[in-house]
Design a protein around this ligand. Sequence first.
Ligand SMILES: [Zn+2]
Length: 419
Amino acid sequence: MAEIGHGGKEIVERILGPAEAVAQTKGLKSVEVRSQIANEIIDIAYGWFTPLVGFMGKADLDSVCKKMRLTNGAVWSIPILFDLSEGEVSDNGIKEGDSLLLTYDENPMAIFEVEEIYDYDKGEMCQAVYGTTEDKHPGCARTYQYKDKFLGGKITLANRPKINPPYAPYFIPPLEMRKRFREKGWERVVAHQTRNVPHTGHEWLMKGAWFQAYAELSIEKPLVGVLVNAIIGAKRKGDYIDEAIILTHDELRKSGYFGDHNHLTSLTFWDMRYAGPREAIFHAMLRTNLGLTHHMYGRDHAGVGTYYGAYDAHRLLATVQDELAITPVYSMNWLYCPHCGEITSEGLCNHRQEWQMFSGTLIRSIVQDGVKPPRLIFRPEVFDLVMECAEKYGFGSPFVTDEYLEKRTPVFNIPPLSA
Ligand SMILES: [Zn+2]
């Protein structure tokens, strides 16, 4: 059965078997890639980026910048680019029409059929995608770090990544994910995008979205699931460590706040661009390919600083909604009301004077102090696990430190290639 992804295109894994890979990579010029590119190679090869089958050529890039579409007409909001310096291109004698072997960890990872080598103005790209050219915007900073030449062409994975513990069970590519959803009997699945350890405000975001997605469906058997899809990529100091993010979300299921019948945790490799509205659309495309039917959006989705208004993402989504195969679920804030004695929604409770809003800063300071908060605010199982992750993976801290950046176990490695 064909699995149809974003843009109405079939999801096809572009992955060679070991014998083919050994034969086809023999004698190719090799180029080592950095982690961002390795992440995107995985996304392309397993179908997360359907309908893309490689890195963008100039016409697609230009069309994405100016029209937020690929040249084939499909909505696409973020450039997916492969860059080299002019020196790397000339020193290696790389020409259009060449096939390159891309290596990571100095092991063979993918074959890149270079169709095009081109230039593009980075300032123009930033203005179009991020709405600013300021290098303090992290997406612009990443754009300015690209080297001078862009190479477009198809990618085929020659060697599957080895996903390291504790991440392995959460690496569920699109075709496998869709199979899981069918096995669970879920007719609707709502995506929860996260880079956080969940407090009960997050838990209620998921529960609220589950109710919204459930809507008119029969309640005779469970038909709706929540998929936590953690974005795993470049970390900044002070972020929660990846191990804590993934494991604590899964703990909500294991401890019974959710169950196997309505909750699954997974990851997607992606280096956040913080493109706000355009990133919201990008997340919709990724999750469409994973087989989701609904996607949660709160305020200032994937934004940074004061670059985007709270509802800019919702408005941009509305302009292309007809072409997206995923339905947005807009969430209001959840908060603690001492008068109600419960977590409630700002859209429900009217004890406004008494509201205690969830604050990321407050939760962080609680976690930092190591004093167990009330279970209504932070689940004790989650709290214990955060502390355990700090010891086991975070060199004593649940937050990213220099030591963590230097010594952490990589999420994946590319092993040597053997037939
Ligand atoms: Zn109240």
